[in-house]
Design a protein. Structure first.
Length: 349
């Protein structure tokens, strides 16, 4: 089974795709590597998935890569007495350390590192950026906020603080346990989520000790500011456009993608472009024209791999999504402009 393209297809496995039969279909359709998201996988399921991938690899006599994606630190608010509140623009909300259920005036934020880092004027983005708060007054255990963009806020939604550098490791206790377990199995890569600083890469390298490749997920503004140093230390990067687009203005992400691909290629490091590449194919057998253009641009820019997330993990058409990505990538690589662009971005000697 010989591929006629350079760029690799990285498919996330999940409920729609982790059987031996489906993994076989995905490889036949064009998948070269598989991502196991540890946010949703127990150690038992992880072991089963690795075994199935290696079984398909043997059956098809084709090498397959396995990427273990660590969950990383997740900052979440607590619960509300009524399950949710509605915030209007201009409303105030206090985030505090009181673990009792919240109401329209306050809610718990059980993360002391946020209180230590945030300053008046900093933004807090909740529920994947749907709600924006601005810190007005900060004490050791209370952040007084005003609502900039409101909406319905329910229990345990995620919080991003794009203006603040948090004094927290990129690896949680869960990540440490997941990584220790994964290193006892036959894997190839580990992806570190929410990297903020070069030291995050140094820390995980002390654990992996060269046994697997270390991929830095670039999804925070703090990582973008330290991009050169991070790329030098890791083995590959992933442009995780989902969280990056929450913490930074959406209109800046395409330019950042181009810059990151070029920089990674200059250092001779592989780069993966990820998130919402064929999002509509979660529920549709055909992509939108804009999605085809998005995949094409990533390949034209020199991405080494392009990734499917929910499209292959939980969507209705995982095989069709891989086939579409395969066809688009082949078409780009046969375009007469492709090789000239790639050669112009050759790694520095």
């Amino acid at each position: 089974m010989r591929r006629i393209r350079r760029v690799k297809i990285l498919a996330t496995l999940g409920p729609a795709s982790h059987s031996v039969e489906m993994i076989t279909k995905l490889v036949t359709a064009g998948a070269d590597l598989f991502r196991i998201n540890m946010s949703h996988a127990s150690h038992e399921l992880f072991d089963q998935t690795v075994q199935r991938i290696r079984q398909v690899e043997k059956d098809l006599s084709r090498p397959l890569g396995i990427l273990v994606d660590l969950q990383g630190p997740k900052i979440r608010i607590g619960a509300f007495k009524e399950g949710a509140i509605t915030l209007e623009t201009g409303d105030t909300l206090v985030l505090d350390t009181d673990e009792t259920p919240g109401d329209a005036s306050r809610v718990c934020l059980p993360h002391p590192e946020v209180f230590a880092a945030i300053e008046p004027g900093h933004r807090l983005l909740l529920d994947d950026g749907k709600i924006e708060l601005r810190a007005e007054k900060v004490t050791a255990d209370r952040i007084h906020c005003v609502t900039v963009h409101g909406g319905r806020l329910s229990d345990r939604k995620g919080v991003s603080v794009p203006d603040s550098l948090l004094a927290m490791s990129a690896m949680t206790d869960k990540d440490q346990a997941d990584l220790a377990h994964a290193l006892t199995r036959d894997i190839d890569w580990v992806a570190l989520s929410f990297v903020q600083r070069p030291e995050d890469i140094t820390d995980i390298r002390k654990i992996t000790r060269g046994r697997v490749g270390v991929m830095a997920k670039i999804e925070k503004p703090q990582a973008v500011e330290r991009l050169d140093a991070i790329i030098k230390l890791c083995d590959a990067i992933m442009i995780a456009r989902g969280d990056l687009g929450v913490e930074m203005p959406l209109e800046e992400v395409p330019g950042l993608q181009k810059r990151m691909i070029r920089l990674a290629r200059q250092y001779g490091k592989p780069v993966v472009v990820a998130t919402q590449m064929l999002e509509s194919m979660i529920s549709s057998p055909v992509p939108t024209r804009a999605e085809v253009s998005d995949v094409s641009i990533a390949v034209f820019e020199g991405a080494d791999a392009i990734m499917l997330s929910a499209e292959s993990a939980s969507g209705k058409f995982p095989v069709e999504a891989v086939q579409t990505m395969d066809r688009v990538a082949i078409a780009v690589e046969h375009d007469p402009n492709y090789l000239s662009i790639i050669r112009a971005q050759a790694a520095k000697p």
